[in-house]
Design a binder for this molecule. Structure first.
Ligand SMILES: NC(=O)c1ccc[n+]([C@@H]2O[C@H](COP(=O)([O-])OP(=O)(O)OC[C@H]3O[C@@H](n4cnc5c(N)ncnc54)[C@H](OP(=O)(O)O)[C@@H]3O)[C@@H](O)[C@H]2O)c1
Length: 249
């Protein structure tokens, strides 16, 4: 399946930051969009206004992914509004500071719901719904070693990494399933660009990326008809060095 004007995509966590950038890039390609968000109502409405000039169909879907049947509800609403769905981007995330010594049951369940269960539900729907489709899961370069400061996040994202590998086999040849593992792209909430500058030493390119770098990888994967089960690191090579080179642990 090649990326074409008139296709439709669901993007989770689309209202801000990296998800917003991906939404604009897909709109530029003529892709209709189901723009999922949770708490960012104003940003989501603003994004839908920005996208008007691309003459695509859009629909806003508010849903907390930390609910058992969140993925089912989102997919149903997206189909009701856009008809056929071709593309799913599992981007939504939470990034709480928690260590292995301190995270709670609820921390773990929230991470699993948002990073794994809702993405899996959405992926299953796409499989049964579409003749051909593409799934892109947004991971994190930290998964290739440790992130001791964000332990519940790390565990939830690891499930998504494994889901990517398994579904790439199980959903083939209908659906291609790939992932992107960003590194330093945007500072976490409460931190500034200084944080990115300080952390730049943790990757071989000694710098940080931006939202466009992630969206470029999204567009590449959407067009890459012979690629499935892959992870593209958008991280300045950070995965080659690992956490031993990372001042955060
Ligand atoms: N930023 C980076 O440098 C970086 C580095 C490595 C990996 N990544 C990965 O790249 C992706 C995008 O990163 P980002 O920094 O742009 O993400 P983000 O701002 O941390 O989160 C994206 C969106 O997830 C949504 N979300 C959070 N909790 C939710 C819930 N309970 N239900 C539904 N949606 C929920 C939020 O929507 P609302 O605002 O509407 O509540 C939020 O806008 C993430 O998967 C992240 O793990 C990012």
């Amino acid at each position: 399946m090649l990326l074409q004007k008139g296709m439709s995509a669901i993007i989770t966590g689309s209202a801000k930051r990296i998800g917003k950038n991906m939404s604009i890039r897909l709109a530029q390609e003529g892709v209709n969009l189901a723009l999922h968000y949770n708490s960012s109502d104003e940003e989501a409405i603003e994004l839908e206004k920005i996208l008007k000039k691309y003459e695509i169909q859009t629909t806003l879907i508010q849903q907390d992914l930390n609910e058992n049947n969140a993925g089912d509800k989102i997919f149903k609403k997206a189909v009701e509004k856009l008809g056929k769905i071709d593309i799913l981007i599992n981007n939504a995330s939470i990034f709480p500071e928690r260590s292995m010594k301190t995270f709670t049951y609820n921390d773990l369940i929230a991470s699993i719901n948002i990073h794994a269960w809702a993405p899996l539900q959405l992926s299953r729907h796409l499989y049964f719904h579409a003749e051909k489709g593409v799934i892109i899961n947004i991971l994190d370069t930290r998964l290739w070693d440790y992130d001791l400061s964000h332990a519940s996040y790390f565990m939830g994202k690891h499930l998504l990494r494994n889901i990517t590998r398994i579904l790439a086999v199980e959903f083939a040849p209908k659906i291609r399933v790939n992932a992107i593992a960003p590194g330093l792209i945007l500072p976490p909430p409460g931190k500034t660009k200084e944080y990115l500058k300080k952390m730049s030493k943790t990757n071989p390119l000694q710098t940080f990326g931006d939202e466009d770098d992630v969206s470029n990888a999204v567009i590449f994967l959407l067009k890459a008809k012979f690629i499935t089960g892959q992870v593209i690191f958008v991280d300045g090579g950070r995965f080659l060095l690992g956490s031993t080179n990372d001042g955060t642990i």
